[in-house]
Design a protein around this ligand. Structure first.
Ligand SMILES: [Zn+2]
Length: 168
């Protein structure tokens, strides 16, 4: 098994079992207001039941089923609920983890970070900064920067159901 495949395998284990996730402590204090606002969130009537389960109820779509897993076209991924731009296609990479992966958000403040204690060790949940919709989780230090020559060693693991892609 070469180095890249070993990393893919390691990433999959981390994704499914939550092992060795790196906790991004510096993000914890950036999003305190989210929980207090949850009752006031408005949900788009056009959302499918799956999208509502993911965005509102923080469910995770089944791996390798999302509409944007293999999308390589140029454009911007918007929040499926409120239409806020969240990720540029230029930051998307193939992590073979079963969900779309990005190394950073489209602009500072586009998303918020929250500690998620639903699995041990705790993970870092990412949400739309405008509406609070659940996007997925973020992981750091997995080795993608070196292997794929990315600007950052960060993987935003995002549900396709949370996104709406708009081509350039
Ligand atoms: Zn949103």
């Amino acid at each position: 098994m070469n180095k890249l495949n070993r990393l893919y395998a390691l990433t999959s284990r981390r994704t499914f079992l939550g092992r060795r996730s790196i906790i991004l402590t510096r993000y914890w204090n950036t999003s305190k207001k989210m929980s207090g606002e949850s009752n006031d969130l408005k949900w788009n009537d056009a959302l499918t039941p799956l999208q509502l389960m993911v965005l509102r109820d923080k469910a995770t779509e089944r791996p390798n089923t999302g509409a944007y897993l293999h999308t390589k076209e140029s454009g911007v991924y918007h929040c499926a609920n409120c239409d806020k731009p969240l990720y540029s296609s230029s930051t998307k990479f193939d992590a073979r983890c079963g969900w779309p992966a990005f190394y950073e958000e489209v602009s500072p403040g586009a998303i918020t970070y929250h500690r998620d204690n639903s699995l041990m060790p705790a993970r870092v949940e990412i949400c739309c900064a405008k509406c609070g919709g659940h996007l997925g989780h973020v992981f750091e230090g997995e080795g993608w920067k070196q292997l794929l020559n990315l600007p950052k060693d960060t993987r935003h693991c995002v549900n396709s159901a949370s996104l709406n892609f708009k081509k350039d």
